[in-house]
Design a binder for this molecule. Structure first.
Ligand SMILES: NC(=O)c1ccc[n+]([C@@H]2O[C@H](COP(=O)([O-])OP(=O)(O)OC[C@H]3O[C@@H](n4cnc5c(N)ncnc54)[C@H](O)[C@@H]3O)[C@@H](O)[C@H]2O)c1
Length: 479
């Protein structure tokens, strides 16, 4: 893991694990969500050389293993970062493990319970899933090999996506920070903690011997100023191989990430988000920055955290008002993913919403294309926030913006109404319209927005006539 490319960013993503773990199904879905090519080694072998049981029967296992190594080398030689699902036995060969390492593939172990693997594979004609006892022996034999070859062990699609962007979602993660931190514990403290002063009192992080310096910053948005950045630059004592750890909501991770991006021309950083907005959105994807008097988020940098440690337990102290801001992003994400994420418990809700954002970021890290879908409803939200002089909160504005985006898409708005209960707000209509104009990237009386023609199928850069967009905006404003 290097500061510039945590996880599988820009690298092949290789899935290993026992037969029946679901590597093919999971790999195909991960590839779809991250817009990467997908190669399933067993499928490739069957396509080129015929059914695998026949290869085993006619030429024996060693011949099959040779073909497997050839296909692995072919897949890893592909120029674009690819999702590669390996057969259960592929990582057993030291040569294959060397191939994975020499191509700098990010290797994820898709783990499965032995009984479940047997239930899924028995009777399916797989040569190595014919005998119950032999199957279980093989299962135990291979586990240490998988553990050695993989950088992460997961169980499902969300698990792969999170690992691929160096995100851990785990209850109690903030109490295990010392062991989760990247880099070695060299016995000398190498962590500078930058923390929301309010959160620091509520949830002092467990950094123990790694902690060298602590820098409280003002709670919330007041931290995102050039003054705070300058005082942090001047106060930091960290060397180039040290780490910044950011503890707080999106405001804190934005400013601390920006300081990490710029201090000594960039040091590694770890985000420990403590709000729902932070856990499902702000701490994920490497956008960092501060506000200027002229506007929000006008100065910043892309700088992906080497680790995002998400502890849903920290949300227990969040006010209902702050939670609502985060739920707006959860509803947005659920609509984009086509799944009712808002119905899940906190751990699963955060895990799945964070994984969806991770997938989009992996597919488009620098926001050159599809990452724009994350702006569903945001064109309207920004206009309302600006027109209100930021009196309306971002999440509340996003809830209204989602109404507009769904109406323009011809989709029902009941989920947004029921979960977020948005109320039209009182702002100057002309001011809101001109603020939206500043947001739009179009000429000739047309505005570009993100639409959702059906749940799970967003379209970005859709041009609509100004009259339609204006009507949708007006419907969000109270008289
Ligand atoms: N970089 C990105 O991709 C991105 C994405 C979305 C939002 N953002 C930014 O995030 C910021 C908003 O962040 P936010 O909504 O997370 O809020 P925030 O960081 O502004 O914090 C809001 C309030 O919640 C308090 N708080 C934080 N964690 C708490 C906890 N666990 N218990 C009790 N109180 C707690 C804070 O002290 C503060 O008073 C905005 O500046 C926005 O621009 C960035």
């Amino acid at each position: 893991v290097t500061p510039s490319s945590p996880g599988a960013l820009g690298r092949h993503l290789a899935l290993i694990g026992f037969m029946g773990a679901g590597k093919t199904t999971i790999g195909r879905e991960v590839a779809r969500l991250t817009e990467r090519p997908f190669v399933d080694l067993d499928e490739e072998i069957a396509r080129r050389h015929g059914p695998i049981p026949q290869i085993f029967a006619a030429h024996g296992e060693p011949a099959f293993r040779r073909l497997e190594s050839e296909e692995l080398a072919r897949a890893l030689a592909l120029p674009a970062p690819t999702v590669v699902a390996l057969g259960g036995g592929a990582p057993v060969a030291a040569g294959n493990r060397r191939l994975l390492a020499s191509h700098d593939a990010f290797v994820v172990w898709v783990d499965v319970d032995a009984r479940e693997a047997w239930e899924r594979t028995r009777g399916g004609g797989r040569p190595l899933a014919a005998d119950h006892d032999a199957f279980h022996r093989l299962y135990e034999e291979r586990r240490p090999l998988y553990a050695e070859a993989a950088q992460a062990r997961v169980a499902d699609v969300a698990g792969v996506l999170l690992a691929a962007l160096a995100i851990i979602v785990e209850r109690g993660a903030s109490t295990r920070l010392e062991e989760l931190l990247p880099g070695e514990d060299r016995g000398t403290p190498d962590v500078a903690l930058i923390a929301d002063e309010h959160v620091l009192g509520l949830h002092p992080p467990a950094l123990a011997r790694r902690l060298a310096e602590t820098h409280p910053v003002p709670a919330g948005e007041r931290a995102k100023t050039a003054d705070v950045v300058e005082s942090l630059w001047r106060a930091l004592r960290l060397g180039r191989d040290g780490h910044v750890v950011a503890l707080g909501g999106g405001s804190t991770t934005d400013v601390a990430g920006f300081v990490a991006a710029t201090y000594l021309r960039g040091v590694e950083w770890v985000a420990v988000p403590t709000t729902l907005v932070g856990q499902v959105d702000a701490a994920i994807g490497g956008k960092t920055g501060i506000d200027l008097p002229e506007g929000k988020n006008l100065v910043g940098a892309f700088h992906l955290p080497a680790l995002v440690a998400v502890d849903p337990d920290l949300l227990a102290t969040l006010s209902p008002e702050e939670r609502r801001q985060g739920m707006a992003e959860v509803v947005k994400t659920g609509l984009l993913a086509g799944e009712p994420l808002w119905e899940l418990d906190d751990l699963e809700l955060v895990r799945r919403a964070a994984a969806f954002k991770a997938a989009v970021v992996l597919g488009d890290p620098h926001e050159e294309g599809r990452r724009a879908i994350l702006n569903l409803g945001h064109t309207f939200a920004h206009a309302l926030e600006t027109a209100s002089g930021y009196a309306v909160r971002h999440g509340d504005a996003v809830a209204l913006g989602l109404l507009a985006a769904l109406r323009l898409s011809g989709q029902p708005t009941d989920v947004v109404e029921e979960v977020l209960r948005p109320e039209p707000i009182r702002v100057d209509r002309e001011r809101a319209w001109s603020a939206l104009g500043r947001d739009k990237k179009a000429a000739g009386g047309r505005t570009r927005v993100v639409l959702l023609p059906e749940p799970g199928r967003p379209e970005y850069g859709v041009e609509l006539p100004d009259t339609e967009v204006r009507a949708a905006l007006d419907a969000l404003i109270a008289d």
